[in-house]
Design a protein around this ligand. Structure first.
Ligand code: FES
Ligand SMILES: [Fe+2]
Length: 329
């Protein structure tokens, strides 16, 4: 996993005021709840006393109360009460629950997964989708495979005619010209031109000239992807590691050709239904890929059109090692 990053861990709608929820993300058990002032608290789901799961407890005066011996922890993780010692005694500082920096934005809960900092970088968000009259529908599901395989599947530009032969891969356009890949900081943009196998071999990126504007794929490290279908229609997915063998996909289907609230939401929902079918065509294949996790050095034999995947692996490794995204040669 890539440390020192913001990750989406829940949708906003999954977390209610005063009700702790327990879940696993990034290989760690966590508990989250919403305070009366809407602030989100995310802590390790592990009582420092004797290891009970805090999410089984309840919220008491904005604090979480452990289900086992009733120790209470505030939103900073400080232990405020040890009932067995009495209300008047001050709990020792060693009873500190681990707390993650958390923020809520655009319908998602983010946590900072890494070392504490004086200042944190901005949240990974495509800001143009936040305020431009898009209507959207949300869908989430987990896949039983390492996050690297799930992300690489969405950067793969020439599989469409095969798993998606009945949907977006119709038409037998098996030849992939390109892809053209552009990197800008933590962002990767990918264009590809799929065609029938009628006019000679595949063209390389250098033979294609500047890419046309849409459609293209847009990926922001470590885990946000966008299919930029048109100016008015987009799909985004956050790929959050649950653990080494499972990934949560938080997908969202945006459109703004129909802006009316109810009808617009209905159309976004219809797009989501179609897209879920496509997603499941991928899931069937990706969950069976071996090894379950990809790496920079592995025995796979790649072809030129796999370039986005090679780039993903290289940058991921740099980020894991704390190096700049692109190493200077
Ligand atoms: S295990 Fe939590 S209070 Fe004892
Ligand atoms: Fe696919």
């Amino acid at each position: 996993m890539i440390p020192n990053q913001w990750y989406v861990i829940l949708e906003s709608r999954e977390i209610k005021t005063g009700k702790p929820v327990g879940f696993t993300r990034l290989g760690e058990k966590m508990v989250a709840w919403r305070m009366p002032d809407e602030k989100i608290v995310v802590q390790a789901d592990l009582c420092p006393h004797r290891g009970a799961a805090l999410h089984q407890g309840k919220i008491n005066n904005d604090n979480i109360m452990c289900p086992f011996h009733g120790f209470e922890f505030d939103s900073e993780g400080t232990c405020t009460l040890i009932p067995a010692n009495g209300k008047k005694s001050v709990p020792p500082k060693i009873f500190q629950a681990k707390t993650y920096p958390a923020q809520e934005r655009h319908g998602y809960i983010f946590i900072w997964w890494g070392e504490a900092r004086e200042e944190y970088p901005p949240l990974p968000i495509f800001e143009e989708l936040e305020n431009n009259s898009f209507r959207y529908a949300d869908y989430k599901e987990s896949w039983a495979v390492h996050y690297s395989r799930v992300i690489e599947n969405q950067l793969d530009v020439f599989h469409l005619p095969f798993p998606h032969g009945t949907t977006i891969g119709r038409g037998n356009r098996t030849v992939a010209d390109g892809p053209i890949v552009k990197m800008d900081g933590e962002e990767m943009q990918i264009w590809v031109y799929n065609r029938k196998d009628e006019n000679g071999p595949a063209k390389r990126a250098g033979e294609l000239g500047e890419p046309t504007r849409v459609p293209f794929l847009h990926f922001r490290f470590p885990h946000l992807w966008q299919n930029h279908i048109s100016e008015d229609m987009r799909i985004t997915v956050y790929f959050t590691p649950i653990d080494e063998n499972h990934t949560m996909l938080y997908s969202r289907y945006y459109q703004r050709f129909l802006k009316l609230p109810i009808l617009g939401d209905f159309v976004s929902w219809l797009i989501s239904i179609f897209s879920i079918t496509i997603l499941h065509q991928d899931k069937r294949v990706v969950e069976k890929q071996l090894p379950i996790k990809s790496d920079l050095k592995m025995t796979e034999k790649l072809i030129a059109q796999d370039q986005p995947i090679i780039l993903y692996r290289r940058i991921r490794k740099n980020l894991q090692d704390g190096l700049p995204i692109q190493k200077k040669n």
